[in-house]
Design a protein around this ligand. Sequence first.
Ligand code: AR6
Length: 163
Amino acid sequence: MIEILVADITHLEVDAIVNAANGSLLGGGGVDGAIHRAAGPELLDFCRGLGGCPTGEVRLSPGFDLPASHVLHAVGPIWQGGMAGETAQLRSCYVAAFECALSQACTSIAFPAISTGVYGFPKRPAAETALAVMQQYEEQFARVIACCFIEEDAAIYRDILGR
Ligand code: AR6
């Protein structure tokens, strides 16, 4: 069953947490900033070697000082009104993160609400996309966590799942 938590994703003891990164992979604000702060400076050094990441794709790093073993850096789309392929790109982030987690034999994974902060993707359609992909993969994992930062966001996820 998909777990909907209200939490700071940097606190979660799971095999992999997903980061809502930008294409440079060199850090930023929001959840990206929180993950870099909690992981420590080794994460930035590692990410410098990755050479960036296109929108809709994911790059893997260790968790360094995080309780999570891995960080899957996903680059979500910047919302431009919905006609620029944003939904397909967002979906691609979730699929790529799950596939990368499977390739690393991860059994637990937590996602923030990618693109719904600074990148402006409307929260409800973003949650619908996230949950549709989570439902496709949940049987292959012991834990799939939708990690919301505020209760209001968790309520959207619960509403979509009819809980
Ligand atoms: N734990 C869980 N969720 C969080 C946390 C946290 N510690 N902090 C924020 N959120 P955003 P984006 C939620 O803006 O829209 C960065 O500068 C937040 O409430 O972090 O994909 C990157 O470097 C929201 O629901 O990511 C990029 O430049 C969600 O995380 C850009 O922002 C995503 O908000 C990416 O923008």
